[in-house]
Design a protein. Structure first.
Length: 605
């Protein structure tokens, strides 16, 4: 059973994520479109409110102006230019539109107060006003000279804003005799006629050319600059949008815009998004900007809409969580089945490995039996060879005069002696203890093995030896010779006819030396002798490369092989902690042996 694929789960998650992103994008786009539409509607409504406020302001100032003109026409005559007359009927005509008037003053062209009346609760009082504050008007000096026909600029007394209405009084010769001044309390006028905060989610404010507030729903804002004076009171707030607002309004005659601001009447102002419609107007000599503003979200119910959007997103997220939960549950169930199946497979593998282990143990038992049998046979063979060698020595000494016989006896003697040495090697290999190691010249040991093998190999086999001085090493002499015997024998047995075997000996260098030195930390600074045993055979089949060092494994049929040659090679290599590499191609096999050199016996010494 294959592991359950999470591909379907991944596709499901990807689909849900894409669907969620699409839903969020659609919701966000809808929100932006709704917000844009609401912004346009809000700005249009504010523009209408602003137009209405401008019309009301113009009409109110005009009404006060006409009432003052009517009053002046009725009380001044050829004999009276310097005194206000208490005529109830005339005063009544003025009072019907003077609820925001702060008094009535008659002033000479030189600036002297000639007469005054207080206006309180929509009626004149007999109490004269002696305190003059109408001269705070920036255009006051021009006004008392008769140059101002209607009204001057706005001015401030404490937290109250005023504007003076002027009516010059001339005699019949058109000589200026006095100036009638009617100061209007602009904040009272605003509260009575213009303030829309009771019925609207916003307000209208009026500022002069210096961007100071002259009319506002909150009297605390009167006389304040919209940026600098507010910054003094709330230095930690962000005024960047208000600074931009001021620049835009100063640069344009009218328009609409949105900006971030605060509700200044609160102790801890919070930033809100406001929309505003503004227009500059000229009334008499005054130039003011009328601006109507509103909280965008409160006006359009966007807070509720945002809550609905949040609820929608939460619902989407909930659906995602449920879907993912179901998907993960299904995946975990399939994964559990997979793990149970995997445990069964592992158990089968374990049983298989156990069977292989039992086979190996049986094979080792066979090896021990063969080793014991071999030891017995070799020991007996050695007993046979010993008297043979002794008798051959006697015969050679006895027939010294017969050269032909001596030559043949010498060949038999050498063969018997080599057989005895081979028997000794076999006996030594089967014993757990080893002969004493020593420092040997690798060149001499390899040469001795090559000379022996040249005698033993068939005549159809070409055995070449190419050697360069390689130095000395600490090892058991017979170990290296047994390795070479087995590798050479294995090479020519693999092809028999026309076999070419080359043994190369040299100091390891270059990449091969690096490979030897990187094999172990103990070899990092070591120098190595390198022995290459190369044949021109068909190579080792890929399917048996991993098995070629297994005892009793052989590809030879009949009685040609025992499957112990390469096993003996690998065993001796491991015993001496030497290195062995095999390079296999279709045109031959190369066995590379790395032998660390004894540091005290390097060639350089």
């Amino acid at each position: 059973m294959n592991k359950p694929s999470n591909k379907l789960l991944s596709l499901g998650i990807t689909f849900v994520i894409c669907l969620t992103i699409l839903g969020i994008l659609i919701t966000a786009n809808s929100y932006r479109q709704t917000q844009k539409h609401a912004l346009e509607m809000g700005e249009n409504q504010l523009a209408k409110i602003n137009d209405s406020a401008i019309k009301i302001l113009r009409l109110e100032i005009k009404a006060y102006t006409l009432a003052l003109e009517d009053y002046a026409s009725n009380i001044f005559n050829e004999t009276n230019y310097h005194e206000l007359i208490d005529d109830p009927q005339v005063q009544k005509n003025l009072l019907y539109k003077t609820s925001a008037a702060a008094g009535l003053f008659l002033i000479s062209p030189e600036g002297t107060l000639l007469s005054s009346r207080d206006i309180h609760s929509d009626q004149f009082t007999n109490e004269k006003i002696t305190t003059i504050y109408v001269d705070k008007d920036p255009l006051y000096q021009e006004a008392i000279q008769g140059s101002i026909k209607q009204n001057g600029e706005a001015y401030f007394i404490k937290n109250t804003s005023y504007v003076n209405l002027y009516r010059p009084v001339y005699d019949k010769n058109q000589v200026l005799q006095s100036i009638l001044v009617l100061p209007i309390n602009l904040e009272e006028l605003y509260q009575q006629e213009i303030d829309t905060t009771e019925n609207q989610n916003g307000y209208t404010m009026i500022k002069n050319e210096e961007m100071k507030v002259i009319m506002h729903p909150s009297t605390e804002q009167i006389g304040l600059d919209i940026v600098e004076d507010r910054r003094k009171k709330f230095p930690d707030l962000d005024y960047s949008d208000l600074e931009d607002l001021e620049k835009v309004q100063l640069a344009n005659e009218k328009g609409t815009l949105s900006y971030s601001s605060y509700w200044w009447t609160k102790a801890d102002p919070k930033k809100v998004l406001k929309i505003s419609a503004y227009e500059w107007i000229t009334i008499g000599e005054a130039r003011w900007i009328v601006a109507s503003s509103s909280d965008f979200y409160e006006r359009n119910g966007m807070v509720l809409q945002e809550n609905l959007i949040i609820l929608g997103l939460l619902a989407i997220l909930l659906a995602i969580v449920i879907l993912l939960g179901v998907s993960f549950s299904n995946y975990n169930r399939q994964n559990k089945i997979y793990l149970e199946n995997l445990q069964l497979v592992e158990r089968q593998e374990f049983l298989k490995e156990r069977h292989e282990l039992e086979k190996n143990m049986l094979q080792k038992s066979k090896l021990e039996t063969v080793g014991l049998l071999t030891t017995t046979i070799v020991h007996d063979m050695n007993n046979f060879l010993t008297p043979m060698i002794g008798n051959l020595q006697l015969l050679i000494e006895e027939y010294q005069s017969n050269n032909t016989l001596i030559t043949e006896l010498s060949e038999v003697y050498q063969a018997a002696e080599k057989g005895q040495k081979l028997s000794a090697n076999v006996l030594r290999f089967t014993k757990s203890s080893t002969a004493a190691k020593g420092v040997y010249s690798i060149d001499k040991v390899v040469l001795e093995a090559i000379e022996t093998m040249k005698i033993l190999v068939p005549k159809s086999v070409t055995l070449l030896y190419n050697a360069k001085p390689a130095g000395n090493s600490f090892f058991e002499k017979n170990d290296l010779q047994v390795i070479l015997y087995n590798l050479i024998t294995n090479a020519y047995q693999a092809q028999m006819a026309n076999a070419l075997i080359e043994v190369q000996l040299s100091m390891a260098s270059g990449t091969q030396l690096e490979n030897f030195q990187n094999h172990s930390l103990a070899y990092r600074e070591k120098q190595f002798a390198q022995i290459n045993v190369i044949d021109n055979g068909p190579g080792i089949p890929k399917e048996i490369e991993e098995k070629m060092f297994t005892p009793f494994f052989t590809t030879k049929t009949g009685t040609d092989g025992t499957g112990l040659g390469l096993f003996i090679v690998s065993s001796i290599i491991k015993k001496n902690d030497w290195l062995l590499e095999v390079k296999n191609t279709d045109t031959g096999t190369t066995f590379i042996i790395g032998i660390p050199l004894a540091e005290d016996f390097l060639l350089s010494n």
